[in-house]
Design a protein around this ligand. Structure first.
Ligand SMILES: [Zn+2]
Length: 267
């Protein structure tokens, strides 16, 4: 405010003499009182500033390269938000699910979902560590996503829908990693895996709704949500769009995936 030229640039006011910043001031009146304090702080801040002859440019100081990329930023946000860096993820990517579902699946494998059993291990005082859905067994991630009778209802409906009644769903490995059912077909396998991951994600979402808003556990509504959400996510994420018709997806996604993957040349 005291500069006589309000449009002065930083380089007009600082020059480097023998690697030391020297101020070229041009005050409208000499600084005094609080302004003098501020000037002292400013001088301390700029004492080590070394101006170059280059034009100003932006630098992304969070990365050593100084270059901003969305993937670097995305990794940093994920790292802070979920405690996971994509380079350390425990699962291969599945392009048919959004990142939040992928990261949720990684956290399931790493036992990092805040089920009551895990919160208890961290010393968090809970009134119970029993599963909020059945109130009979200790709530582990495997129990709430797979073995709780409320979850097995959902998996039963899912296997019926996919015509995969011979497929065994009995542990976390079966729902997150195993590709039984479509191991002969990479696209089918990826879409089946994506659907199982989305199912886990939505089961967990409804577990939370049940705990925090007392929302009733309604398997028919939940499987409908899984069908709709998986259709939206999977069909919109195919590089070459898989022409999955909604009614076909509902009637028998497995036969559709098996028969169309080679024909459409996806992947
Ligand atoms: Zn339970």
């Amino acid at each position: 405010m005291l500069d006589s030229n309000k449009d002065a640039t930083v380089s007009d006011r600082i020059s480097n003499i023998n690697s030391t910043s020297v101020g070229n001031r041009n005050w409208s009146r000499p600084p005094s009182g609080r302004a003098l304090d501020e000037l002292t702080k400013l001088n301390n801040l700029i004492s080590s500033v070394n101006l170059s002859a280059h034009p100003d440019s932006w630098k992304f100081t969070l990365d050593p390269s100084g270059i901003f990329t969305t993937s670097t930023m995305s990794n940093m946000i994920n790292s802070l938000k979920y405690g996971i860096h994509s380079k350390n993820l425990s699962l291969p990517l599945n392009k048919f699910v959004p990142q939040k579902v992928f990261i949720f699946s990684c956290r399931v494998i790493q036992q990092k979902i805040p089920v009551r059993c895990e919160l208890n291990k961290k010393g968090i005082d809970l009134h119970t560590i029993l599963c909020p859905l059945c109130d009979q067994h200790i709530e582990t991630i495997e129990h709430v996503l797979v073995n709780c009778h409320k979850a097995t209802l959902i998996w039963g409906l899912l296997l019926d829908w996919w015509n995969q009644n011979n497929t065994l769903i009995s542990n976390i490995n079966d729902v997150i990693i195993s590709d039984q059912g479509f191991s002969h077909n990479s696209i089918g396998s990826s879409i089946w895996q994506a659907t199982k991951w989305i199912t886990c994600y939505i089961i967990w979402k409804h577990r939370n709704l049940n705990v925090f808003t007392s929302k009733e556990w309604n398997p028919v509504m939940i499987i409908s949500e899984i069908q709709m959400q998986s259709y939206c996510w999977i069909s919109s994420r195919s590089r070459k769009k898989i022409p999955i018709a909604w009614h076909q997806w509902l009637i028998n996604p497995s036969s559709y995936v098996t028969s169309s993957s080679n024909r459409t040349g996806i992947g």
